[in-house]
Design a protein around this ligand. Sequence first.
Ligand code: PMP
Ligand code: GLN
Length: 387
Amino acid sequence: MPSATSAIQSKLPKVGTTIFTHMSKLAEDYKAINLAQGFPEFDCSPDLQMLVDKYIRQGKNQYAPMAGVLTLREAISKKIFEATSTEYHPVTEITITSGATEALYVAISTVVNLGDEVIVFEPAYDSYVPAIEMNGGIPVFVTLDPQYEYIDWEVVSSKITEKTKAIIINTPHNPTGKVWTSTDLEQLDLLAEKHDLFVISDEVYEHIIFDGLQHISAVSIPSLAARTFLCGSFGKTFHATGWKVGYCLAPKEFTAEFRKIHQYMVFSVITPFQFAIAEFLKDPEHYLSLSSFYETKRNIFINAIKHTGLKLKPSEGSFFQNVSYENLSDEHDLALAERLTKEAGVASIPISSFYDQPTDFRVLRFCFAKNNETLLRAGELLNKVNW
Ligand code: PMP
Ligand code: GLN
């Protein structure tokens, strides 16, 4: 008789442990500098920590409302209105989630039914495709040009069929650091309208954007906002990826369906942290200073690796710098990332892991959300590599 465990029919047969877990474990085992998994090396603000402490001591320790603490939803509503002039009603259109990961999963689950196709740009953040497949959907890939310079809207258009239900976008983009332009969003608006598509917009790096570029939210265009689930997170914005507090903004009818799933997935999200974030959001400087903070780090890292022979890809936003090593080595990117971790003491993420089909553009992603000394030390180590 088969054992119960061997009888499980996997819903995700192609999926193993994520590349982030794999590379972080390898970095730990080999005591390498971890520029692989994207998380800050530094702590969140002591003021924010004090606020959490304050609310824990005030007894805000029981279940939050299913949709989230109202003061946080109000603060998000104000913030998004100031940035985009789009109004989201805190009671009916904003839901606090367990990180953007839950927001994305639930948004996908809300709109995707069996056999529906969903357009995904690749390289793609790793959680989108499993979420589509778990809901019986079919991911349809549009590959970004290897230089990350533009989005070919004719290709996007050619991939849309009568089964296409939604399109997932991510700006600033992980892993490339590409930022979508206003023209991109206008093109998206036209296509989404023409084919009546839902849009799921992952904007977790909204406040990390460089060289004077502006983040343009999908919801800054009213017609696009009317079909969009905007997924955000405080993990990157407040250097608190472990808190897993995110949110989803969507029109009232979308939010009603979204909450039906959210309420059975997590019901509600950690209470004192929501109160603390709501209070901390009162000072916009807490997030508006983030771009220059990270731009400095990006530049320190770029400077530290300038004699390695690695070729830089543009990094317009997020906290990732991609580099091409095609002129240095023929090694497969995963093998190289593993070898660099073990031999050079610097961990990175191979870009091929963000593609559906085996692809190797000979590109590695480095996370520069680290202390300056760490970035300089990583540069020194990479300078010594025997490619
Ligand atoms: N989307 C992107 C593009 C990300 O990089 C991440 C995590 N780094 C997430 C979503 C998930 O965010 P969270 O940690 O808030 O779940
Ligand atoms: N978003 C992070 C990254 O891109 C990783 C998050 C995770 O490990 N799931 O590195």
